[in-house]
Design a protein around this ligand. Structure first.
Ligand code: NAD
Ligand code: MG
Length: 394
């Protein structure tokens, strides 16, 4: 905050009970004079939402699952917090006037509320990368039409944002997205075939929600980040590369035509990119471990293995094909990851489901929210059918 600007930022947190949401609220709590909370929302974790609302006293708390409404009313009875439930209430809360909305819902479920935030609020901090995967062109058109400031929260995109010279984008030669390689970086495909949900969620460097942790294990997360980068930065798809960097210290790099390569470094702690977005265009202190390069002593880099991690190829192809393909990629992946986490399919079946669903891809170009959501629903049905047929054949 600059000296002149002492008015607290009015902040809404969508997905406040998740990993990014909790980190965001921790930073808000540590800076009570800088922020006021407008709305908090969650999917179905109603007890966590009640505790957050009692603590931070937002104007409104919304639970997406209508079955949790009674519990929310009971838990916030006697407080001044307005309560509401259901997907429509979520969209309404997301569109309430706020200086900044942290969009941290997981999956395509976050698209409608995040779009409402884009339409009604000055600045949207985007963690919910699936918005850009399932509806990239439409989402970015809306951002442009509304003149909204979109700040990336994903650590790689926050890094690029910090070193990308938007006034000289024609001098950018390449964007290099770093990837930790996930928990299976050194595993063979045979070993991956027997991977359990617990093993897939044991990320070596980052502590994150269940879905993104599995996406990191398949490396679909990096495929999504490729699509995300293409929409966030004015750089062609073939100029965005992926580099495996197991230490997760260099968060991404931008190479310029004169041979300069700029990078942003830090310990792997999501509070750093979250704080960057919350405080932007200023910076704020974060109680994270600071980087000690002498102690780390060596940073290593290696090319990604496209054979063991076919998600990287599938995501790039979906980006190249465009239209319906990224929407279907995202929807089928969401279905397959949920079924894997429930112990119903194997780890390698995740990509099997995605690949097969994509092969049945309709050649559509969804341009509205309704069209995206219809396609998303159809892809989910196809993915579920593929899984059902696969299990029947076993
Ligand atoms: P999470 O699963 O920990 O939390 C998700 C949040 O969304 C929760 O508050 C949950 O209640 C809410 N939610 C889930 N389903 C919902 C629905 N149908 N309707 C409304 N709300 C719903 O996820 P996370 O790890 O915090 O990730 C959130 C987003 O940020 C994802 O898109 C992820 O890819 C991205 N991201 C996360 C990290 C990280 O460190 N966790 C890093 C980079 C990007
Ligand atoms: Mg990331």
């Amino acid at each position: 905050m600059t000296k002149e600007d002492t008015t607290p930022k009015r902040v809404t947190v969508l997905g406040s009970t998740g990993s990014v949401g909790i980190n965001t609220l921790d930073l808000i709590r540590q800076n009570p004079s800088r922020f006021r909370v407008v709305a908090l929302t969650a999917g179905s974790n109603v007890d966590a939402l009640i505790a957050q609302a009692l603590d931070l006293k937002p104007e409104i708390a919304v639970i997406a699952d209508p079955d949790c409404y009674g519990r929310l009313v009971e838990g916030l009875h006697g407080s001044d917090v307005v309560v509401a439930a259901g997907p429509e209430a979520l969209v309404e809360a997301a569109g309430l006037s706020a200086d900044l909305v942290m969009a941290a819902i997981v999956g395509a479920a976050g698209l409608a509320p995040t779009l409402a935030a884009v339409k009604n609020c000055q600045t949207v901090a985007l963690a919910n990368k699936e918005c850009l995967v399932c509806a990239g062109p439409m989402f970015m058109d809306t951002v442009k039409q509304c003149g909204t400031t979109l700040l990336p929260v994903d650590s790689e995109h926050s890094a690029i944002f910090q070193v990308f010279d938007a006034t000289l984008s024609n001098t950018v030669e390449r964007i290099i997205l770093t990837a930790s390689g996930g928990p299976f970086r050194e595993w063979t495909r045979d070993r991956m075939a027997t991977a359990t949900p617990a093993e897939a969620m044991a990320h070596p460097n980052w502590s994150m929600g269940a879905k993104i942790s599995v996406d990191s294990a398949t490396m679909m997360n990096k495929g999504f980040e490729l699509i995300e980068a293409r929409h966030l930065f004015p750089v062609a798809e073939d100029k965005i590369e992926i580099l495996v960097h197991p230490q997760s210290v260099v968060h991404s790099l931008v190479e310029y035509i004169d041979g300069s390569t700029l990078a942003q470094l830090g310990t792997p702690d999501m509070r750093t990119p979250i704080a960057y977005a919350l405080a932007w265009p200023d910076r704020m202190a974060v109680p994270s471990d600071k980087l000690n390069l002498a102690e780390i002593s060596s940073l290593t880099f290696e090319p990604p293995d496209f054979n063991r991690f076919p998600a990287l190829r599938l995501a790039r192809e979906a980006l190249q094909v465009g239209g319906a393909a990224p929407t279907i990629l995202n929807a089928s992946n969401e279905v397959a990851v949920a079924r894997f986490l429930a112990g119903e399919i194997g780890f390698l079946d995740i990509l099997g489901t995605v690949e097969d669903t994509l092969a049945q891809c309709r050649n559509d170009h969804p341009t509205t929210l309704d069209e995206v959501m219809a396609l998303d629903a159809e892809a989910r049905r196809l993915a579920q059918t593929w899984i059902a047929v696969g299990s029947a054949a076993e």
